[in-house]
Design a protein around this ligand. Structure first.
Ligand SMILES: [Zn+2]
Length: 199
């Protein structure tokens, strides 16, 4: 009898530790990657899809290195600051900060100078013209956006889709824009006391 209770307890503990390990995987400790005092003055978050079924930092980095800017100079690499995997190419819901976030440098994702220099580019792997993002991707996106808005004091009006600033289908018609926007608004209400400070 005692042994049964012990086994039940062990399983309960194992379940707990697995659950917490899983939630940690998808958390991004922003200020551990870049200390708060080194953050660039970001004003926008620009949301993208990769427009591909499969993708990873490495595969998108390789593709973007083949691109050239308006002056004919090759891109330095992946144009986004963050990539969120869909289980094909990188783990489902995994958030990866690219060199553009680590170095706090401008992005190459918006096709617009203002949004490239002041906008944090987040890309979700997938083609959301054909299918919606995964549940894990949306959870991770929400967590990431809440942290970014808090650390960088980004106003809700600063969250845009690529299609809002350029003639493109990105992030696709199956991207649940309204739900994504409202889920971060609720969570961030009351946190953004200094929102207007930088203007
Ligand atoms: Zn885009």
């Amino acid at each position: 009898m005692n042994r049964l209770i012990l086994i039940a307890l062990l399983f309960a503990l194992l379940g707990l530790s697995l659950a917490s390990a899983e939630s940690e995987v998808h958390e991004v400790a922003l200020t551990k990657i870049v200390p708060r005092e080194n953050l660039r003055e970001w004003k926008y978050i620009v949301l993208h899809h990769s427009a591909s079924e499969v993708g990873s930092v490495e595969s998108i980095d390789a593709a973007h290195k083949l691109r050239k800017d308006a002056d004919g100079n090759p891109w330095r690499g992946i144009g986004y600051h963050f990539l969120v995997g869909n289980g094909r190419g990188m783990p489902d819901g995994e958030v990866s900060a690219t060199f553009r976030w680590k170095d706090q440098c401008e992005g190459a994702h918006a096709g617009d100078l203002q949004f490239n220099t002041q906008g944090i580019g987040i890309c979700l792997v997938g083609n959301f013209e054909n299918e919606p993002p995964t549940v894990a991707q949306l959870k991770s996106l929400r967590t990431l956006m809440i942290s970014l808005r808090k650390e960088c004091q980004i106003d809700a009006r600063g969250i845009v889709r690529h299609t809002d600033i350029k003639a493109t289908a990105c992030p696709g018609k199956q991207f649940p824009w309204e739900a994504v926007l409202s889920s971060t608004m609720e969570a961030n209400s009351g946190q953004l006391v200094n929102t207007r400070k930088r203007e």
